[in-house]
Design a protein around this ligand. Structure first.
Ligand SMILES: Cc1ncc(COP(=O)(O)O)c(C=O)c1O
Length: 442
């Protein structure tokens, strides 16, 4: 076994830092179920699912078999010119789980970014209107259209397309106005002001939103906000698009997070967990959006037989093992335990979440975000055998997004380890110089 530090040193010499978002000095040897083993042989309980990808757990035998059989039968065909049945089967599955009794179609890609790029290109063309609205703090991806739609602090250095207007995401814990009352109404008022000034509804093609703003800090909008957004979109004939790349496919206790408000989406963006680790993304939406441009968003390997076969097996496992129900139950258990910890530690400002999409906001004694304590807790948890990452436009939210197969005794194990990490940080029993290269987004 090669030591983790030596692999990381070799990586530093050979691979661009453009991909680095590091929280601890780990390099991975193998992973099964909810456990990751590093290249030193140490095992960790994983609360990241690799940024919400390994929802059915790591290295599943069933998926391995499907991949092997598919590759032996048909290693590749391009949907651009010669489709195969697996592509159609997966499209039928995705249409089947997407709410709304209207004609839908599917587009396939490789990442959340290229799927949101589709939205940035196709929604304006389909509607014949030029502008898009998105939210401060949102993360939609790295390609030009997707990063233009994003409002995350980590993307501020890239100039995006000028057709996107940003409005505040309603954050009850840290409201944009500083005023904690009527958060939903405040955000809706801001949106109306935007319509009345810089972005008239008749020029607005679509609004894109995360039903839970994940990388922005696991922020849940107040109840009823998404419904109000749906109503205003219906009033003005504006498409409403939900980016479910991170929290979709069962993580919140429903197939899609926006379903908690009993509303429909004109298009749903799906990625991350769809292929159980094999790259694939999708957009499911109204046919008029999906067919707006023939040959308008083409990638040679989109919808390839390997990725689509993996995704079909992934969805089968989610259904058969009732992972959506488990996400709901284990999520409640986690949040109850975290709320108990909040009573013990003053630096826990807020605990929030739905299902297994959970955030813990870490604050200073005056309530301001504490990014450095957050990074320290994350690092200390790693030293104790527990992996988690941090998110948020202030880098002060611990993100808990474990595989949806997590068991109740593993949730207890995680809560116990978090308690120790919190205690050590509270006591000042941590050497902050360890964080030099491991401050995540910051
Ligand atoms: C909500 C959301 N949309 C899009 C993306 C981009 O996905 P990818 O990294 O696969 O391009 C992410 C990634 O974190 C995400 O969380």
């Amino acid at each position: 076994m090669t030591e983790s530090r030596s692999i990381i040193e070799r990586e530093k010499k050979t691979i661009s830092k453009a991909l680095n978002l590091r929280f601890h000095p780990i390099s991975v040897e193998s992973a099964f179920g909810t456990r990751i083993k590093d290249t030193n042989g140490t095992s960790y309980l994983d609360l990241t699912a690799g940024w919400a990808v390994a929802n059915i757990g790591y290295s599943r035998e069933e998926v391995a078999k499907v991949l092997y059989d598919q590759y032996k039968k048909l290693s590749f065909t391009t949907q651009l010119s010669a489709p195969s049945e697996t592509m159609t089967l997966l499209a039928e599955e995705l249409i089947g789980i997407s709410p709304g009794a209207f004609e839908k179609k599917v587009w396939f890609g490789h990442s959340g970014s290229d799927a949101n790029e589709f939205i940035s290109k196709f929604v304006p063309v389909a509607s014949g209107r030029s502008k898009m609205i998105s939210f401060f703090g949102s993360y939609h991806g790295q390609t030009m259209g997707a990063s233009s739609l994003s409002g995350h602090a980590a993307q501020a250095m890239f100039e995006g397309r000028g057709n996107v207007v940003k409005v505040p995401y309603p954050n009850e814990f840290r409201p944009f106005s500083g005023i904690k009352e009527n958060i939903k109404e405040q955000s809706m008022c801001f949106l109306q002001e935007v319509f009345a000034t810089v972005c008239p509804p008749e020029d607005t093609a679509g609004i894109i939103i995360e039903a839970i703003q994940s990388d922005g800090g696991m922020v849940l909008p107040p109840e009823g906000f998404l419904k109000s957004l749906r109503e205003i979109c219906d009033q003005y004939g504006i498409y409403l698009i939900f980016d479910e790349v991170k929290v979709g496919l069962g993580r919140t206790g429903k197939w899609f997070a926006f379903e908690h408000e009993n509303i429909i989406a004109d298009a749903i963006v799906i990625g991350k967990s769809l292929g159980a680790g094999v790259p694939i993304s999708a957009v499911v939406g109204r046919s008029e959006i999906m067919d707006a441009v023939v040959a308008g968003h083409m990638f040679t390997a989109s919808g390839n037989p390997i990725s689509t076969a993996a995704a079909i097996e992934n969805i089968r496992i989610i259904k058969e093992e009732k992972l959506i129900e488990n996400a709901n139950e284990r999520g409640k258990q986690f949040i109850t335990g975290l709320e108990e910890l909040k009573e013990k530690y003053d630096f826990i400002g807020d605990v929030r979440g739905k299902g297994l999409a959970i955030g813990v906001e870490i604050v200073k004694s005056d309530g301001r975000p504490d990014a450095s304590a957050t990074a320290a807790i994350c690092y200390r948890a790693y030293e104790l055998g527990l992996l988690l990452y941090t998110v948020g436009i202030h880098s002060n939210v611990l993100e808990i997004t474990p595989p949806l197969i997590i068991k109740d005794e593993e949730v207890e194990e995680a809560l116990n380890l978090l308690n120790i990490a919190f205690k050590d940080i509270e006591r000042g029993d941590f050497d902050y110089s360890k964080l030099e290269e491991y401050a995540g987004w910051g």
